[in-house]
Design a binder for this molecule. Structure first.
Ligand code: NAP
Ligand code: COA
Length: 269
């Protein structure tokens, strides 16, 4: 299945009337989440630094789903740009219901070759960015009206991965933020959860982590289900967490990786 095909097991009106603010929504997994939300009745605002790519993605998603999609350029490391993006979203749609924190940066680098700024940059986008967006969204409307936060994490930090000190630390902190905000913000009717994808095919993340086809094939063979995940499979988890079906799920980071992090499978003994 191509990354742009979303086959749904959910009711078409699952998110009818909802407004979702999705960082990283201009590409990859989070564009897939925006597509799935819109296919189920939501309006979206997609956020990233590259205005042109965002505009193109918003037009494509609207054409495809018939729902509204607003392209709002902002940098999650700059809270004032996020505050402005949230204000624009609420001005356009009148409400805010779901926030997805998908903006992230990653590259392969051994700790010994990672500059101070390289480490800080990934922490800045993934960890500080996630907090910045949650905090700004709380003030912008979630505190008064409740809502859902979904933080996109990873499984890198469950054990350890070579050349991923920066991303592992960043996502471990994201999971911690998910739990802390769930504890403090449940009283406001805000449900906070995360999704930890395993390797997902046809994404920038996997292009960076497994650039050669040979490596990809080896990695896929080692996964319990024998393949990488698809973008629409992560979008399905996001749909569940955004919907009332997940009303009791709170402070949880749902792993969706086909068993990848459990360890190498399908090896010959
Ligand atoms: P991607 O397409 O590169 O998505 C990252 C997005 O973040 C881009 O749209 C990028 O847009 C945006 N972004 C980066 N820095 C930003 C900033 N400072 N401010 C605002 N937006 C920013 O990569 P992906 O592979 O789909 O990854 C999506 C999410 O899934 C990430 O959280 C990643 O850690 C997680 N994940 C991915 C995999 C995988 O296999 N791909 C596995 C586990 C977890 P701009 O460049 O326009 O800013
Ligand atoms: N290996 C080692 N260090 C690297 C690196 C690499 N492949 N790529 C960037 N860095 C370092 C830079 O050298 C710089 O450190 P320095 O100032 O000490 O030289 C630091 O990281 C910041 O780089 P810069 O390019 O200025 O950052 P940016 O804010 O413009 O971009 C990145 C952030 C580096 C994460 C960039 O790759 C990006 O925009 N990523 C978004 C897409 C993405 O990563 N998708 C996958 C999501 S999982």
């Amino acid at each position: 299945m191509s990354a742009s095909t979303h086959t749904s097991v959910y009711r078409n009106d699952l998110l009818a009337g909802k407004v979702a603010f999705i960082t990283g929504g201009g590409s990859g997994i989070c564009k897939g989440i925006a597509r799935a939300f819109m296919s189920h009745g939501a309006s979206t605002a997609i956020v990233g630094r590259k205005a042109d790519r965002l505009q193109a993605a918003a037009a494509e998603l609207s054409d495809e789903t018939g729902q509204r999609c607003l392209a709002v350029p902002a940098d999650v490391r700059q809270p004032e740009t996020i505050e402005a993006a949230l204000a624009k979203t609420i001005e356009e749609y009148g409400s805010l219901d779901v926030v997805v924190n998908g903006a992230a940066g990653n590259f392969l680098a051994p700790a010994a070759g990672l500059s101070y700024n390289g480490f800080a940059t990934v922490i800045g986008i993934d960890t500080l960015g996630t907090f910045n967006v949650c905090r700004a969204a709380f003030d912008a409307g979630l505190r008064d009206n409740g809502g859902v936060i979904i933080n996109i994490s990873a499984t890198l930090h469950y054990g350890a991965q070579p050349m991923q000190t920066h991303a592992s630390a960043a996502k471990a902190a994201v999971d911690s933020i998910t739990r802390s905000l769930a504890l403090e913000w449940g009283q406001f009717g805000i449900r906070v959860n995360g999704i930890a994808p395993g390797p997902i095919a046809e994404t920038e993340g996997m292009k960076r982590l497994a650039p050669a086809e040979e490596v990809t094939k080896k990695l896929e063979r080692a996964i319990a289900i024998g393949r990488f995940g698809r973008i629409d499979e992560i979008a399905n988890v996001a749909l569940f967490l955004a919907s009332d079906a997940a009303s009791l799920v709170h402070g949880e980071t749902v792993v969706a990786d086909g068993g990848a992090w459990l360890g190498p499978a399908n090896i010959e003994f």
